[in-house]
Design a binder for this molecule. Structure first.
Ligand SMILES: Nc1ncnc2c1ncn2[C@@H]1O[C@H](COP(=O)(O)OP(=O)(O)OP(=O)(O)O)[C@@H](O)[C@H]1O
Ligand SMILES: O=P(O)(O)OC[C@H]1O[C@H](OP(=O)(O)OP(=O)(O)O)[C@H](O)[C@@H]1O
Ligand SMILES: O=C(O)c1cccnc1
Length: 489
């Protein structure tokens, strides 16, 4: 291809098969049938006991602006050979559906819809890839950040990962997600400008190398910056870096605000304790020990167990790339579609693995909260015509291991979704990122500690109502029967 097409929309940020399926629907006159898709994941990431949802703001922006531009259409026609009549149809497409979603900072679990899309079939189909792309990554990083914050607890955590992220988009949106997940600041200045995330930073080894000498480097930095954190491990942390940082701080006194030192190599437990002693002895009890170097929740937990004296953590690679699990496997499945007579019909995807069989039909997800202790008993998926809030005594049972069950009384059943788009109009006002972060932190109070521990947490119940479970079994039976009739065995 020698032509250049302007990259001026996100409508083609999709897989080719979505366009091919859309063409078939359109040619068959099925394109405007109402379809209902649910976006959900089957397995929590990092072996964690919960995930933290993020990505809605970008999803809304994408859907609001969904349209094939002339350069998109030209490319589809000229390079990929789609015919003029289909191109003319694509030109008219906007997103006109209705979307229900959990909000950013919401706790979410396996096998429950994070987003439900009700839209003409073609529209709902074309947006699948982008929605998964956005939500999978942002939810993954928000969850990783929340996991880290659960271990760190009160010290400050800074996101340092831009240089290691999977390209620029991942750095920017990952930083945003990490902030929702509870981090305090980022080193990425563009993320500060774009999202209002607090920015923070120290300096690199290159500055010490450029001046050759730590004393010269720290003084030069201090000349232009009142707030100073000196990186002390370029040559010898205990013999030169730390003593020189202290010397410069003593010489400059009130002219600077000596915030502390950063360690980026060596034995962080040992060095942080030594640094604390030296800073205290020199009269700087408020100077902080900042550490970085390939950290994640596991090293942090270990360092804490060794008694490391750390006031702030800088975390890059392992957070922004979700190093130990680089993808969340959320999927987008059709659960109902309008038939020729205008009635909604359930659809199901069968699998040999019980957990992978989809749950058909129009449903709502409720968080069942014990009124006495304010803790969540689990999530409860019910058909749309059910109202669990009106029940006195709710039976909750595991959807696969059905013998695992309990009865719940004196509870609130809170629908976890909000309508965010109605007939193509965005009707949801995004809160500030800080509010999303606070919402996430506040949400954690709903969970018992056994779901929050980072290692081998208890499985949080995501149960089906009896009606929903019966409906799923009926659908499985019907599909089995249909396959049987077709094969004729
Ligand atoms: N006391 C400690 N206990 C457990 N892990 C630690 C401790 N101190 C540092 N670490 C971690 O061990 C790893 C050490 O990395 P590495 O082997 O590359 O050494 P380094 O100190 O970075 O050396 P270099 O001088 O080459 O930079 C990092 O991930 C760091 O976070
Ligand atoms: O270790 P991470 O969690 O990924 O955090 C980011 C890393 O980026 C910097 O190192 P780099 O060697 O790139 O530059 P520097 O000279 O500033 O240390 C910094 O010192 C951290 O070690
Ligand atoms: O400001 C820092 O110390 C910083 C920023 C990015 C990566 N590593 C360190």
């Amino acid at each position: 291809m020698d032509k250049h097409y302007t990259d001026d929309s996100l409508a083609l940020h999709t897989d080719l098969y979505q366009i091919n399926m859309s063409e078939a629907y359109w040619a068959d006159g099925m394109h405007n049938r109402k379809a209902v898709f649910e976006l959900f994941f089957r397995k929590l990431p990092f072996g964690n006991g919960y995930a933290l949802f993020a990505g809605l703001e970008r999803v809304l922006d994408y859907l609001k602006n969904f349209k094939f531009t002339e350069s998109d259409l030209k490319y589809l026609h000229e390079e990929l050979g789609y015919k003029e009549d289909f191109i003319a149809y694509l030109r008219t497409i906007r997103f006109t559906g209705t979307v229900y979603s959990v909000v950013e900072g919401e706790l979410v679990f396996q096998n429950e819809a994070l987003i439900r899309v009700e839209a003409p079939l073609v529209e709902a189909q074309l947006i699948e890839t982008a929605l998964l792309n956005i939500v999978n990554y942002q939810t993954l990083i928000a969850t990783k950040a929340s996991r880290i914050k659960q271990i760190v607890k009160k010290e400050k955590v800074m996101e340092f990962g831009t240089r290691r992220a999977q390209e620029m988009d991942a750095a920017i949106w990952g930083t945003r997600a990490a902030y929702i997940g509870g981090l305090e600041a980022t080193s990425n200045v563009r993320a500060g400008k774009k999202f209002g995330i607090p920015v923070a930073g120290t300096h690199a080894h290159s500055m010490v190398q450029a001046y050759k000498d730590e004393y010269e480097a720290f003084r030069a930095y201090a000349k232009r910056h009142k707030n100073c954190v000196f990186l002390v491990d370029t040559y010898d942390t205990l013999k030169s870096g730390l003593p020189i940082a202290i010397k410069v701080a003593q010489e400059l006194g009130d002219q600077i605000n000596f915030q502390g030192i950063r360690l980026d190599s060596g034995d962080i437990a040992f060095l942080s304790k030594e640094a604390r002693k030296m800073l205290d002895a020199a009269g700087f009890p408020d100077a902080e020990v900042v550490v970085s170097n390939d950290l994640d929740e596991y090293t942090i937990l270990n360092l804490k167990a060794q008694g490391a004296r750390v006031d702030a953590w800088g975390i890059g690679t392992k957070l922004i790339t979700a190093y130990d699990q680089p993808a969340l496997g959320a999927v987008y499945k059709l659960v109902a579609i309008e038939n020729e007579n205008g009635e909604m019909e359930d659809t199901i995807k069968i699998s040999g693995t019980a957990e992978k069989v989809t749950t058909p039909g129009l449903k709502n997800v409720y968080r069942i909260i014990d009124r006495e202790n304010g803790k969540s008993e689990g999530d409860y998926i019910a058909m749309q015509d059910e109202d669990p809030a009106s029940e006195e005594r709710l039976k909750m049972f595991h959807p696969v291991h059905t013998f695992v069950s309990k009865f719940v009384t004196n509870f609130d059943a809170v629908n976890i979704h909000q309508k965010v788009i109605e007939n193509g109009e965005v009707i949801y006002d995004n809160p500030s990122l800080k509010e999303m972060q606070l919402y996430g932190i506040q949400n954690m109070e709903l969970l018992w500690d056994e779901y929050k521990r980072s290692l081998n947490p208890e499985e949080y119940p995501v149960d089906l109502s009896q009606k929903c479970w019966d409906n799923k079994m009926k659908n499985i039976q019907e599909v089995r029967q249909a396959v049987h009739d077709y094969i004729g065995d």
